[in-house]
Each structure stands twice: as structure tokens, then as C-alpha cells.
Design a protein around this ligand. Structure first.
Ligand code: NAP
Length: 325
């Protein structure tokens, strides 16, 4: 089978695709035939080593000093190809989706995962491409809007950067929760932002829309406290989805009028994944699938992902060629 590997921190061309034997599922494991996998902002950051200011040292201490010693590919959608000994609750051929997490391994034609791990049946309402696109932005938006900001019906939300993976999920979830949503996007994406449920859409290059807002989701972190605070209502919450080290430390600082800065990571555990599936079933979230590329164009996919201007989610798809013996 084909599997991707990072060879160094650097440009997308540092990824190679190699041949390796199809893995054999161990006790309690599933063998998954990967049909589609996202190439996320996180995948691009792990490969390039380019993370917000002050976080580079931590990245290298965790995933490797001289090169990323993790495998490419955070999430997947596919079919159960084989069951390891003792597996119950899944069947061969079943459509599933899930997370390999930051240690990766989803950019491969086959992967193994514990059956009790972060893998769930893929709802009939989602294609493999949508399944691959489902978790990255969705879990992040769910965590920041619901758990951290506690967005309430009728509140005024600004999603700054509203049509990528995180923003596109946030607009939908916020509308489902009954918020009034203002969105910023580049003009080419204004109709997409409206179709996702934004009430007001403007171009971020013209500056942010006038407030006040109860919650601001600053997807790329370009507003920051300085840009967002004049727009933030009393008791308002600024969620910095992208935050550098000074912004993270500054989030602990008390702010005027009971306002708060929220930073952190999205919840990526099985309960959070199940909750996002429930949100989908309730009509509150379906991921936007943007560019779809064949798996062997993975370096090109990384180049698009690290532009931070893609509409929705970028997905690579795996061909039918390789079969387990
Ligand atoms: N904290 C966490 O747990 C967490 C989780 C996931 C992602 N992230 C981070 O969140 C960021 C976004 O990830 P993503 O997957 O949503 O990326 P993405 O799909 O590439 O989307 C980026 C979005 O930002 C917009 N944008 C680009 N430049 C902008 C600017 N100068 N001002 C305002 N908006 C701008 C883009 O709009 P146009 O395309 O219209 O230009 C697009 O909507 C990344 O930095 C990622 O590392 C953090």
C-alpha cells in the first residue's frame, strides 16, 4: 500500500509517498481501508514546523527536533477491511470515520486503529469526503463556541475568517444555536458565507464590521485583543483560535467590563466526536468540502492548505488499486 512520510521540516515537497505492506490488525484493532482524508491546517503546520510565535520550541520537543517524527494524516473516512481478534461492534465493509490524532497515520491507503478508540460509524448522510472533512473544523468550533464561549440564543457573534474549516463550521453551529452571525471573508467566499447562515458578510481587508458583538471568533488571530476589544460588548468573549505564546499568556489577564479571552485546543475525544455527530443529525452542521485531490498529489494539497485561504476543507482521496492479500 501507499503511505506518506515526512522527511524534514520544510516545504510540501518534503513529504514522500512510499510503498509498505498493508498492516495486520492486532487484538482489538480494526484495519481500515482509507477512502478519504483531510489535509488540515494542523497537518500543514506539523510538516512545515511553522507555528504561531513562541510555540516552535514546544512543537519540536513534542514531535521531533530535526524532523517531524509523527506520521502524516490526522483524520480519515473509509471502510472496515478486517477485524482483529476479539473485535465486536464493527463489521467488515462498514463505513467509518475517525481520528488518528497528531501522531497521525491517516495519509495511507490502509491504517489500523483500536476498535475502542476514536472511530465511529459514518452516517449515511455523509460521503467519504464529507466524513474526512467532518472533525477538524467541527470539533474546534464546537469546543470554542459551546464549551468555552457558551454562546447563547440571540447573542451576536462575529466569525472573522468564516469560510475555511473552522469558520465554516462555526457559522453553521452558531446559527443552529440561535445566534446572529456576522462573518468576514474574502469577496470570492461571500456567497459561501451567506449559504452557511451568516446574516451579514464583509471583506476582512476593509476592516472588521462595526460591533458590538457578544462573542468574536478570531480564526487566524489577526484581530487579537487590540483589534477585537473595541467591538466586544460588556461580558463579551474573544475566542482566539490561532494564538501565539504572548496571546496565550495574555488570556489569563483580567479584562475590563467582565470580558474574557479564550484560547486552547479543541476537544478531540470520543464524547466530543459523538456530540458533533449528534449536531449533524440535528441539522446543525455538515462540513464544506472544498478542493478534492488524489492522494498522490499530497504535496500540492499541503501547499493549498498552508495558504489559509481554502474554501471549506481540503480532502485527498485514495484509489481502489491496492487490495489486502
Ligand atoms: N486552537 C485550536 O485547537 C485550533 C484547531 C484548528 C485550527 N486552528 C488554527 O486555526 C486556523 C484556521 O484553521 P482552518 O483549518 O480553519 O484554516 P482554513 O481552512 O485555511 O481557513 C482560514 C480562514 O481564514 C480566513 N483568513 C485568511 N487570512 C485572513 C485574514 N488576514 N483575516 C481574516 N481572515 C483571514 C480565510 O478566508 P479567505 O479564504 O476568504 O481568505 C479562511 O476563511 C489555523 O491557524 C489553525 O492552525 C486552531
Amino acid at each position: 500500500m501507499k503511505i506518506a512520510r515526512y522527511t524534514a521540516y520544510g516545504a510540501p515537497q518534503t513529504i514522500v509517498i512510499e510503498d509498505t505492506p498493508i498492516p495486520v490488525p492486532g487484538p482489538g484493532e480494526l484495519l481500515i481501508r482509507t477512502r478519504a482524508a483531510p489535509v488540515t491546517a494542523g497537518d500543514a503546520r506539523l510538516r512545515s514546523g511553522k507555528v504561531p510565535r513562541g510555540l516552535g520550541l514546544m512543537l519540536r520537543l513534542v514531535i521531533g527536533w530535526s524532523r517531524p517524527k509523527v506520521a502524516p494524516g490526522w483524520a480519515f473516512a473509509g471502510e472496515v477491511a478486517a477485524l482483529g481478534p476479539g473485535v465486536t461492534g464493527f463489521t467488515e465493509g462498514q463505513r467509518v470515520f475517525g481520528l488518528k490524532g497528531f501522531k497521525g497515520g491517516a495519509h495511507a491507503e490502509y491504517l489500523t486503529i483500536p476498535a475502542s478508540g476514536r472511530v465511529l460509524p459514518l452516517p449515511d448522510t455523509l460521503t467519504f469526503e464529507q466524513g474526512a472533512a467532518f472533525f477538524f473544523g467541527g470539533l474546534t468550533a464546537q469546543s470554542f463556541l459551546i464549551d468555552q464561549a457558551r454562546l447563547a440564543p440571540g447573542e451576536r457573534l462575529l466569525v472573522a475568517g468564516a469560510t475555511g474549516s473552522v469558520g465554516g463550521a462555526a457559522v453553521q453551529i452558531a446559527r443552529h444555536l440561535g445566534a446572529k452571525v456576522a462573518a468576514t471573508a474574502s469577496p470570492a467566499n461571500h456567497s459561501l458565507a451567506r449559504s452557511l447562515g451568516a446574516d451579514i458578510v464583509s471583506d476582512y481587508r476593509q476592516g472588521p464590521p462595526p460591533g458590538p458583538f457578544d462573542v468574536i471568533l478570531d480564526v487566524m488571530g489577526h484581530l487579537g485583543w487590540r483589534g477585537a476589544s473595541p467591538l466586544l460588548a460588556p461580558r463579551g468573549r474573544l475566542a482566539l483560535i490561532t494564538a501565539d505564546l504572548p496571546a496565550m499568556l495574555g488570556a489569563m489577564w483580567p479584562r475590563s467590563q467582565g470580558r474574557r479571552v479564550l484560547v486552547g485546543n479543541s476537544g478531540e475525544d470520543l464524547p466530543a466526536m459523538r456530540r458533533l455527530v449528534e449536531l449533524h443529525v440535528a441539522g446543525g452542521y455538515t462540513p464544506v468540502v472544498g478542493p478534492v485531490l488524489p492522494f498522490d498529489e499530497l504535496p500540492k494539497a499541503h501547499a493549498i492548505a498552508e495558504s489559509f485561504h481554502k474554501p471549506g476543507n481540503l480532502v485527498v482521496t485514495m484509489s481502489d488499486a491496492t487490495q489486502p492479500s
